[in-house]
Design a protein around this ligand. Structure first.
Ligand code: PHE
Length: 444
């Protein structure tokens, strides 16, 4: 068990804001918009919603329960729950996985910060060709790495501040601001001429997309990435949660919050994209190429750009705190060193793990894995393999390894029917569906 001084959230709202902040990030804005765009919009959205409900939500509940039960980090929590089995390897994989996730995430967070600062200073408007602007920017070896370092440094400062004074305080400030910006941007976008085409794209199903296996894989990968499950993040945050608050209710709020924020981002982006006759299926560059061009065409676009890229930076940060906290919690316990020392050391190491992903556009350009450059490979391998693998392990542990009675009790479900449905999802639906998606990845 962790020492008596194991920290705790100051309030339930603080925990919820931090957890929603963790889930809602670049995945909801940058990744959701391009993946939805590439996969035909509405059909993707329906499958995505089903994945969230029957796979994502049950795993969020499972993670928080395992963490709260042990009041400890990723590895300790699995060990505490089953000292006699090797389930702690799931936690170990999560701790290592977070190095890669945060490493690569920090690169895109750095691009976002660069765009935000350029929108503020006006530098963003020196061109009208954002394709060359963006590719010219990422092709420089030094500058992107500097912005990446600044984002990592900000993350380290907050996480070093601890749970209440660092992570909770930052989320309490950032989350309401981000929510307001997003609602404002979505509202504005919906008033544009031609917005209805964007809405149709998001909400009118094109049934043929349901027959494409790649849409299912994309949906499940996005569900995992957007919630950030499988990497013991909710488990670690749950480790700081006091008893007495219903976990299923908290998880439902977190998942609803994450989904709502992704939808709002979709509502902000697609109506505007269609209204200016642009292509929604631009790929990862959507946020950095299509949108700046769009802002340039819009009245008051310069202000909107500041809001949008500010939103991206803030949303990225609140997720970065949580990803860093997973290894920080583990290494504080293992090394006995102070939170500050551990956080700074890990920040530097993780930053270094991310640097090759940034350099993949410049000096390491020739280093490709298959058809992907380093960053694309990180993104693909993390969303489609690492997170689902961690998710399957967490689901199997809770469904089969923990013991039915214990799982139902620790999750606050007790003897309810809905608790049995929850276990069923963890035992069968999640693992089978994820395994199918795994196999099809290698075939299609
Ligand atoms: N969920 C976060 C987002 O949407 C990112 C994330 C991915 C966090 C994986 C943790 C693990 O941006």
């Amino acid at each position: 068990m962790a020492g008596q001084e194991h920290e705790q959230w100051a309030s339930r709202v603080g925990f919820l804001l931090a957890a929603i902040g963790s889930a809602a990030g670049l995945g909801n804005i940058w990744r959701f918009s391009y993946v939805a765009g590439e996969n035909g919009g509405a059909p993707f959205l329906i499958i995505y919603a089903l994945c969230i409900l029957f796979i994502g939500l049950p795993i969020v509940i499972a993670e928080i329960s395992i963490g709260r039960n042990a009041r400890g980090d990723a590895v300790l929590a699995f060990r505490h729950a089953r000292p006699d089995r090797a389930w702690y390897l799931t936690g170990g994989m999560a701790v290592i996985g977070c190095f890669f996730i945060l490493g690569f995430y920090g690169v895109i967070a750095g691009w976002s910060l660069k765009y935000f600062v350029s929108a503020l200073s006006g530098h963003l408007w020196i061109t009208d060709n954002y394709s060359t602007y963006f590719s010219g920017y990422i092709a420089q070896p030094i500058e992107p790495v500097i912005w990446q370092a600044i984002m990592m440094a900000l993350t380290v400062i907050v996480v070093a501040g601890g749970i209440q004074k660092g992570i909770e305080a930052a989320n309490r400030f950032l989350m309401p601001v981000l929510g307001l910006i997003l609602v404002f941007l979505a509202g504005y976008s919906l008033t544009l001429d031609g917005a209805s085409q964007g809405l149709a794209f998001l909400f009118a199903p094109d049934w043929s997309a349901f027959t494409r296996p790649s849409v299912y894989i994309a949906a499940i990968g996005q569900a995992f990435f957007s919630l950030g499950i499988g990497m013991a993040i909710f488990l670690t945050y749950g480790g700081y949660l006091a008893r007495g608050h219903s976990i299923p209710r908290a998880a439902a709020i977190i998942v609803a919050g994450d989904t709502l924020l992704a939808l709002c981002a979709g509502l902000a982006i697609f109506p505007a994209v269609f209204s200016f006759g642009l292509n929604p299926a631009e790929g990862p560059e959507l946020a950095f190429i299509t949108l700046p061009g769009l802002f340039q065409l819009m009245p008051a676009g310069k202000w909107l750009a500041i809001l949008f890229f500010g939103l991206l930076v803030g949303a990225a940060l609140t997720s970065m705190f949580s990803i860093l906290e997973v290894p920080v919690a583990y290494f504080i316990r293992r090394t006995g060193l102070s939170r500050r020392t551990v956080t700074v050391a890990l920040g530097i190491i993780i930053f270094s793990v991310g640097v090759p992903a940034s350099l993949g556009y410049s000096v390491l350009k020739s280093a490709s894995i298959g058809s992907r450059n380093i960053l694309e490979f990180y993104d693909y391998a993390i969303s489609n393999f690492l997170l689902p693998l961690g998710g399957i392990a967490t689901a199997l542990f809770t469904g089969w390894g923990w013991g039915k009675a214990k799982a139902l009790e620790e999750s606050d479900f007790h003897d309810s029917t809905i608790g049995k449905i929850w276990l069923f999802c963890l035992r069968f639906i999640g693992p089978i569906f994820i395994a199918l998606a795994f196999f099809s990845v290698s075939f299609f």
